[in-house]
Write a protein that binds this ligand. Sequence first.
Ligand SMILES: [Zn+2]
Length: 326
Amino acid sequence: MSKVIIGVDLGGTNVKTAIVTPDKEVLSKDSRPTHAGEGPVAVFEAMEASARDAMQAVDVTPEDVLAAGFGAPGPMNWRTGVVYSPPNLPGWKDVPLADEMAKRLGVPCYVDNDANVACYGEYWLGAGQGTESMVVLTLGTGVGGGIVVFGRLLRGIDGTAAELGHLKVQRDGRACGCGNRGCLEAYASVTGMVKTAVENLAKYPDSKLNLLCDGRPDTITGKMISDAAGEGDAFARWVFQETATWLGIGIGSLINMQNPEKVVLCGGMIAAGDLLFKPVREAVRANCFEVPGNRCEIVPAGLGGDAGVIGSAGCALDRYQRENAG
Ligand SMILES: [Zn+2]
């Protein structure tokens, strides 16, 4: 059997593992609780058990494994595989994740930022397959991102590149969780979209959203806005339009900078389909040069929740091959 790669997606709630071949065939998968509240050792044990069970399911031993890749929450040093102190992994401080897991599994281990591996997953096996220049934006509670250029992740000198949620789109704009103001995330995340709805709802007393939230704007969710827009509610559609315009400003700048083949959008918000993509495509074209704007396709993600685990494997393969080339 040719050698395989282990991909591990370390989230605050669940650890996911996949055994993947260099030809991108997913042989087996495993998922289990992270036990993040119990500290680093419990998390190591969960990752080791998950990897061993996924290996056992397809009769793979450590001798059959080329490398293992871990997508973990940052901040971190991706070169050394040391994870500093992620907010959703309590008790972690300068944890040598790559070394520890290499000891436990007996295979070379690589660690990368979770947003970057999810981007790499879409590049390797998802909606960005076949491109060599692409951008991923994940629209969730915040806005995450990743950039691939020349078939490689753009990491930057300190590994902090592609914090796309914190592109500034407005001077002195809305406060962002990062401490700055006017970041893309403050407008184009689901949280930002909800904020836009809440701030403007009083002006639209006839909107269906008033009924859906039972007169309590503080309970409005992205899904309510999406449902109301789907039923043709003019205010909810305006909220999508507004969110799409902010996204178009951010994505337009990225396109002017990078001239990518594709921008892949991920996260729960993409379930809105054309309600989101149509105004985003229009706003993008209005905010960048014509040639790169017409060239770039704005498309939904292809891997859903598996982008991280598959990207962790793909990234580890890429790093192993580069380290061991010639
Ligand atoms: Zn920010």
